[in-house]
Ligand binder design. Structure first.
Ligand code: SF4
Ligand code: SF4
Length: 287
């Protein structure tokens, strides 16, 4: 039986002019963002701050995680024009911060890493002022693929741990808790100048102590930025929400994160991986 959502998770609609303008632009150019497609509640705020998330490598994932609403199955062919199209969208939206993510493409030898790299380079070429963050899959532990992405010098390398160690195998499909930590560690070793980032969803039945242990694990591999947000069940077929954390509990988790030495911690009911991402780049640079 699903619990009903508490008051603090009800979405406030905002029809600000800037948001409406961007929305019209997106329609007229047939551009697509995760922000719109996932009906992300933060869209008004993010778009006003010129932050958006793009999904590359198609809409069909080779995995089926039990929290995720992305369609799973046999992926479509690669679209080699995609990096340029995403860069064009960044220009059109005049973005300050672009987040590029993808489904897991376990069918491809490099997991799609070269398309990630080309997308980073295309955005840099077309809109040099735009910060670029990539939220990558684990490439099944193909560390050459990771190096390919890092060679293109994103500002932030993001890879989500998603949940605590005990629940990892139940919640995620194929991804492994320790492989996630290894990816983040290797990224830091290869390119210490690139900020690493990871996200935790809470409300899947973990204890607070387990969350703190995950924060310790992320800090031990020198992750710079952590985001903590409430898990919400996308459809009845997905995992149930076991607990709604209150805004005060999220604040406490933020304090725990900061006390551990992360440079930036976003923690709140509506926090998503890319939420306030633009600020993380600015603060990362010490501005
Ligand atoms: Fe888009 Fe991410 Fe912001 Fe949601 S949190 S609106 S997906 S950039
Ligand atoms: Fe969703 Fe990513 Fe899991 Fe695919 S790998 S089902 S996109 S969370």
């Amino acid at each position: 039986q699903a619990m009903s959502r508490p008051e603090w998770l009800k979405i406030k609609l905002n029809t600000g002019e800037e948001y409406q303008e961007l929305k019209r632009l997106m329609r007229s150019k047939s551009l697509h963002t995760v922000c719109e497609e996932a009906r992300c509640p933060n869209i008004y705020e993010c778009w006003t701050h010129r932050t958006a998330t793009f999904m590359i490598l198609g809409e069909t994932c080779t995995r089926a995680c039990r929290f995720c609403a992305v369609h799973s199955g046999k992926p479509t062919e690669l679209d080699l024009q995609e990096p340029e199209r995403v860069a064009e969208a960044c220009v059109q939206m005049d973005l300050q911060h672009a987040v590029v993510t993808s489904v897991a493409r376990d069918d491809l030898a490099d997991g799609g890493a070269s398309i990630f790299a080309e997308t980073i380079r295309a955005i840099r070429r077309r809109l040099p002022t735009c910060g670029v963050e990539v939220l990558i899959p684990d490439f099944l532990g193909n560390w050459d693929a990771l190096a390919t992405v890092l060679d293109a010098s994103p500002d932030i390398l993001n890879h989500n741990i998603e949940t605590v160690r005990r629940l990892s195998d139940k919640v995620r499909s194929k991804a492994k808790y320790d492989r996630t930590l290894e990816l983040l560690q290797r990224s830091k070793e290869l390119r210490p100048d690139i900020r690493t980032k990871s996200s935790i969803m809470v409300g899947l039945g973990e204890t607070v102590d387990e969350i703190l242990e995950t924060l310790d694990d992320l800090r031990a591999v020198q992750v710079d930025i952590v985001t903590i947000g409430q898990y919400l069940q996308p459809t009845k077929k997905h995992l149930l929400v076991e607990k709604f954390y209150t805004p005060t509990e999220f604040l406490r988790l933020r304090g725990e994160g900061l006390a551990r030495g992360f440079a930036h911690v976003e923690s709140g009911p509506m926090v998503r991986s890319s939420y306030h991402a633009h600020e993380q780049v600015l603060r990362a640079d010490g501005m």
